[in-house]
Design a protein around this ligand. Structure first.
Ligand code: SF4
Length: 332
């Protein structure tokens, strides 16, 4: 089982590889990937250096080209596919059919992974992407239960990658409209939800802070209360006279306890979310998952995550809380 880690920049790529990532995923410094934050991502020279570094240590580099271009800007995505091939990336991760189609025709030997943004949750959807675009792998959306993942692994014509740790998206990926509703820009087309230019923080005399997105109040934090980056899905809103996290609590997915089941189901790769996170996160989370994967044995039933691994992952989690998210549904 491969460990796939986030690389928001060259130091993060090197830290992930050094901490034991089998592969890292990265993006160009434009809107062709779903983490188009200012100051993040790679220039051509940085990516060339990153690929050289990873390959020298036996790791792979996957290029996320997983946003949805409109027809006027498709040439930018095509150029990104060409560049990924030229720089020697080991695969591209794409969602839009026009991008996958171009890659399959123009660079047939460059492996194609279906992005989580492609939202393929059924065997026919995976089969279509395999037959039409020759995908080698699909990253499943973070909306499936563990039973659904197991069933898909049995029937999938391609290798399956699942998210193992990191921030959650409560919407079926590639279809979230929350950010575009408030700002006119979305992760799907513009590569980021809550683009920084729309975010406004205000601090008050009593130490409390508010976060606004395009002037819409998203959250209010008490003095010393930890505050995360404001996204609509994790804001606190007044509903029925009560103010609470009406859509989603700020918490991180952590599937460590499911690792034996994922391995047994034949999941080919586990992915760590977080290209926007810092070096300490990448290093710490990658190290923990490396140790956990390496400790798996054929008698996986007897395997338990070590308490110190869970503590370390909780320390890197949003709001220091973790959840199994949709993997576990009590009613299933
Ligand atoms: S607003 Fe929330 S649910 Fe929507 S894409 Fe962003 S993180 Fe995901």
């Amino acid at each position: 089982m491969q460990l796939v880690c986030p690389a928001g920049n060259l130091p993060a790529l090197q830290a992930a590889v050094d901490a034991g990532a089998d592969a890292v995923y990265a993006g160009f410094r434009d809107q062709t990937n779903a983490r188009a934050f200012p100051g993040l991502n790679f220039s051509d020279a940085e990516l060339r250096a990153g690929i050289r570094y990873a390959h020298a240590k036996g790791a792979r580099v996957y290029l996320a080209l997983n946003t949805y271009p409109d027809s006027a800007r498709l040439a930018l995505w095509h150029a990104a596919v060409d560049k990924a091939a030229e720089l020697g990336a080991d695969a591209i991760i794409a969602a839009e059919m026009a991008v996958l189609d171009y890659a399959a025709r123009t660079h047939p030997s460059l492996p194609r992974h279906l992005s989580v943004q492609g939202s393929a949750t059924t065997e026919p959807a995976l089969r279509y992407a395999f037959e039409r675009f020759g995908i080698a792998r699909a990253v499943l959306p973070r909306v499936l239960s563990i039973q659904q993942v197991e069933r898909l692994c049995e029937r999938s014509p391609v290798a399956i990658e699942v998210f193992a740790f990191g921030s959650l998206c409560i919407m079926v990926e590639g279809r979230c409209q929350l950010s575009s509703y408030v700002t006119g820009a979305s992760p799907n087309r513009h590569g980021v939800c809550s683009p920084a230019k729309f975010v406004r923080w205000d601090e008050f005399d009593d130490g409390s802070r508010t976060a606004r997105l395009n002037e819409v109040l998203i959250d209010r934090f008490q003095p010393a209360e930890p505050a995360g980056y404001p996204t609509v899905c994790k804001g606190r809103f007044e509903v029925g006279g009560e103010v609470f996290h009406a859509l989603e609590e700020p918490t991180s997915l952590n599937t460590l306890e499911l690792l034996p089941r994922l391995a047994q189901a034949g999941v080919a790769a586990v992915k760590i979310e977080g290209r926007q996170r810092g070096l300490a996160y990448v290093r710490g989370v990658a190290r923990t998952w490396r140790a956990a994967i390496d400790s798996l044995r054929p008698d996986a039933a007897a395997w338990q995550p070590r308490p110190e691994w869970q503590q370390s992952l909780s320390a890197h989690a949003e709001g220091h809380q973790t959840t199994l998210g949709p993997y576990h549904r009590a009613w299933h």
